[in-house]
Ligand binder design. Structure first.
Ligand SMILES: *[C@@H]1O[C@H](CO)[C@@H](O)[C@H](O)[C@H]1NC(C)=O
Ligand SMILES: *[C@@H]1O[C@H](CO)[C@@H](O)[C@H](O)[C@H]1NC(C)=O
Ligand SMILES: *[C@@H]1O[C@H](CO)[C@@H](O)[C@H](O)[C@H]1NC(C)=O
Length: 202
């Protein structure tokens, strides 16, 4: 009884505190070497109008929440992030990418390919005061059919990761592949976070 009460209190306290960003275990950016052959089939990627974002590192999700809500991390409730984010990405033909979430919010990023690496793009946020997700995105793994794994080196020198998917959930098999890959890159898999789309309106 004593244990369960104090556990519940702890949970309430941490929910009320807002996002604790710096403790989310982002790691310093490391060099992602340019592969001999491209990882991603860009024609396939361009053929998808929008994709879901069902798995990522905690820091990546928090950052997107900050960019979308345009709030200080401490003013964002953790429960909102998990229940209302409903993140989808759109790759626009005009050279930008848009993230949509929290029902109606959007944030657009200008997208520039890196000269020497076909799997890398630099993203720069357009508009808004909060811009903590901008950086260089590297696709490091994909099946060219259902998902792709992206590691992002952000402008503050920290690195996160996320998975774009054609479906709102990843299969158990893909989840394992993704986690093994994140671990092989040195990410801390305790930071693995999943977004559920069951209660999303769009
Ligand atoms: C990445 O590689 C460049 C060029 O080889 C080097 O100057 C830089 O220090 C490396 N950065 C890291 C974080 O290893
Ligand atoms: C994905 O497409 C790229 C570019 O065509 C190719 O180099 C890579 O081997 C493909 N990967 C898979 C798993 O099919
Ligand atoms: C790029 O295209 C998207 C989707 O059509 C649009 O919402 C956005 O405003 C455009 N951005 C720019 C900078 O033209």
């Amino acid at each position: 009884m004593w244990y369960s009460t104090s556990f519940a209190l702890l949970c309430i306290a941490s929910v009320a505190q807002g996002l604790r960003f710096r403790e989310s275990n982002d790691q310093p950016c490391f060099n992602i070497s340019t592969p001999e052959t491209p990882v991603l089939d860009l024609k396939w990627a361009a053929s998808i109008d929008s994709f879901y974002y069902p798995a990522m590192s905690t820091g990546n999700l928090y950052r997107l929440a900050v960019d979308l809500l345009q709030k200080d991390p401490k003013d964002i409730r953790l429960s909102t992030v998990y229940y209302d984010a409903c993140i989808k990405w759109y790759v626009n033909v005009n050279g930008t990418s848009t993230v949509k979430g929290f029902n109606v919010l959007t944030k657009e990023y200008a997208r520039t390919p890196l000269k020497d690496n076909p799997d890398a793009f630099t993203y720069v946020g357009l508009g808004g005061i909060q811009d903590v997700s901008s950086g260089t995105l590297y696709t490091t793994l994909t099946d060219n059919k259902t998902f792709f794994f992206v590691a992002t080196c952000m402008k503050n020198g920290e690195m996160t990761w996320g998975v774009g998917s054609t479906t709102p959930t990843l299969t158990e098999e893909t989840k394992k592949i993704v986690l093994d890959h994140a671990m092989s890159l040195g990410f801390n898999t305790e930071d693995f976070t999943e977004l559920k789309y069951d209660t999303c309106k769009n």
